[in-house]
Design a protein around this ligand. Structure first.
Ligand code: SF4
Ligand code: SF4
Length: 180
């Protein structure tokens, strides 16, 4: 049976790599906002955005943390930009078993961009003085049940891999940091 339809604002951050100068302010503010207590520390390793930097080639590409992937993918891509070949996983958004990116340094739990939930504007967008990150919003109709189902599947996969207690502890930390 289909669930109730409800309107939802979909936020997208458009990335203009030509404007990015690799300053990493986005990484700093993201990690500070998600620290517990909020703004108590900043460690870009905890950021949900990462800037691929090749200063000699003047290449800077911000990548957001996307969904958690419980298994490595089988098909991969290689990118060549200005003659330089990038690692197959370089621009991937997933937190997955084959690499360390987008994982909480202490717990190893996956990180995902939450658009700075509770803030009017994502903080990385606000702090990017070069307009490399631009917020776009559109309204879409979604089914309430579908949303809940996706959340349940995500939590189940995390609990299976990391253990329920570790996931619960991380969620508690996240809610403390949001209140703080
Ligand atoms: S704050 Fe903007 S210019 Fe600086 S690294 Fe991030 S995206 Fe690039
Ligand atoms: S929108 Fe917020 S959570 Fe997402 S990468 Fe930017 S600062 Fe981090």
């Amino acid at each position: 049976m289909k669930g109730e339809k409800k309107k939802k604002i979909i936020k997208t951050i458009k990335i203009d790599v030509d404007n990015c100068n690799g300053c990493r302010a986005c990484e700093v503010i993201c990690s500070a906002f998600h620290a517990a207590p909020k703004y108590s520390s900043n460690n870009p390793a905890r950021a949900r955005i990462r800037v691929i930097r090749q200063p000699l080639a003047d290449i800077y590409v911000p990548v957001y943390a996307g969904d958690y992937a419980p298994a490595e993918c089988a098909g991969r891509e290689k990118y060549t930009i200005d003659g330089k070949e990038y690692d197959e996983c370089a621009f991937c958004k997933a937190s997955c078993p084959s690499r360390d990116e987008f994982k909480e340094p202490d717990s190893d739990l996956p990180l995902k961009c939450d658009m700075c939930e509770g803030e009017e504007e994502p903080l990385c967008v606000k702090w990017c003085l070069n307009d490399a990150l631009i917020l776009e919003e559109r309204e879409e109709e979604v089914e309430e049940e579908e949303e809940q189902e996706e959340l349940d599947i995500g939590l189940e996969a995390l609990a299976k891999k990391y253990g329920l207690q570790k996931v619960m502890d991380a969620l508690a930390r996240m809610s403390i940091s949001k209140k703080g």
